[in-house]
Ligand binder design. Structure first.
Ligand SMILES: Cc1cc2nc3c(=O)[nH]c(=O)nc-3n(C[C@H](O)[C@H](O)[C@H](O)COP(=O)(O)OP(=O)(O)OC[C@H]3O[C@@H](n4cnc5c(N)ncnc54)[C@H](O)[C@@H]3O)c2cc1C
Ligand code: SF4
Length: 278
């Protein structure tokens, strides 16, 4: 396997055009290679071309979760989402851009079952084990989005700046469908360079896990209060991060036989998050 270290975003984009894979902290890419899900001939290390750093309202895409969780300029929702994600070692390596583009933790997918996200015609989770899976938009694929950070950035009305365009964070994600199995709209070779967000009046991130630390969210809820109103976003409940306008939107949930408990958790966390930012 070849490792390239381009010195400009243009050079990285052209290196990535040939089926190569971008490598940031590698905390997701390396396990996917080990599991045989990715088999790139070329890895493109992007640490020299993706900005790092933190200012009020601005984050370099190469900034690690560990740097974000301790920065007092960061809104509480983002600090808390970072500090509750993964382990300290992973947060020291994992970047915010890589976190947004991490793949599903659905074990059928990770074990390479020929499911719909792998291009097949079945969702093994819907038919089988789905305790940790989605309760919203779960008809085609019931995977639950794993990123705590993405929920916080949705609540913070973030904009993603790539080497090609600017887009609201909600447009980074798409629900997979028969015609297109991807869960992100970021194109091959497109690099996330920066994130911008609206500093809120108050914000929080609450996360329910199977254990107190080092676990993915069963449900994560971010709330950010602005003069214009409060924004709510969830992770762990749908194949992509999920924005709700009001708590009543959770009534649209379609839980599977073994994950209705997630709706109760989501309802309680939304109520607590709204109280916390009131
Ligand atoms: C054991 C474990 C537990 C975890 N627990 C949590 C958790 O509780 N909550 C949570 O939110 N996350 C969790 N994570 C995910 C972790 O936070 C991510 O793996 C990490 O943030 C990814 O960042 P990275 O820089 O290592 O990405 P990489 O592994 O380098 O890349 C990840 C993906 O993003 C792409 N990519 C990276 N940077 C860019 C860029 N700038 N532009 C375009 N594409 C890019 C890569 O090509 C790849 O597809 C966990 C991971 C592990 C392994
Ligand atoms: S939930 Fe999605 S990723 Fe998991 S088995 Fe079903 S189609 Fe595949």
């Amino acid at each position: 396997m070849e490792l390239l270290r381009p010195e400009s975003a243009e050079a990285a984009a052209s290196a990535l055009a040939n089926g190569a894979v971008a490598l940031a902290g590698g905390t997701e890419v390396v396990p996917l290679i080990r599991e045989g899900i990715l088999a790139p001939e070329t890895l493109v290390q992007i640490d020299q071309v993706v900005p790092k750093g933190i200012r009020s309202g601005w984050i370099g895409g190469g900034t690690t979760l560990g740097e974000l969780e301790v920065d007092p300029q960061m809104p509480a929702a983002l600090r808390e989402a970072c500090s509750l994600a993964a382990s300290p070692q992973l947060r020291a390596m994992g970047t915010i851009a890589g976190n947004l583009l991490q793949a599903t933790r659905c074990w059928y997918w990770r074990l390479r079952f020929p499911c719909r996200l792998h291009g097949g015609d079945r969702c093994f989770a819907r038919e089988g084990e789905h305790r940790e899976h989605a309760i919203l938009a779960n008809d085609f694929c019931a995977s639950a989005h794993p990123s705590d950070v993405a929920a916080a950035l949705h609540a913070l009305s973030a904009t993603v700046v790539t080497d090609r365009r600017r887009l609201p964070i909600a447009e980074v994600y798409r629900l997979p469908s028969e015609d297109d199995r991807r869960t992100t709209t970021i194109q091959t070779g497109e690099l996330i360079l920066e994130l911008e967000y609206q500093p809120p009046v108050a914000s929080t991130y609450l996360k329910a896990m199977d254990r107190n630390r080092y676990a993915f969210a069963l449900v994560g809820v971010a709330a950010a209060r602005y003069e214009s109103g409060t924004r709510l976003a969830l992770t762990g409940v749908a194949p992509i991060p999920w924005v709700i306008e009001t708590p009543a939107d959770l009534e649209r949930a379609t839980p599977l036989p073994r994950n209705a408990y997630k709706l109760e958790i989501a309802t309680a966390l939304v109520r607590r998050a709204l109280e916390a930012v009131a």
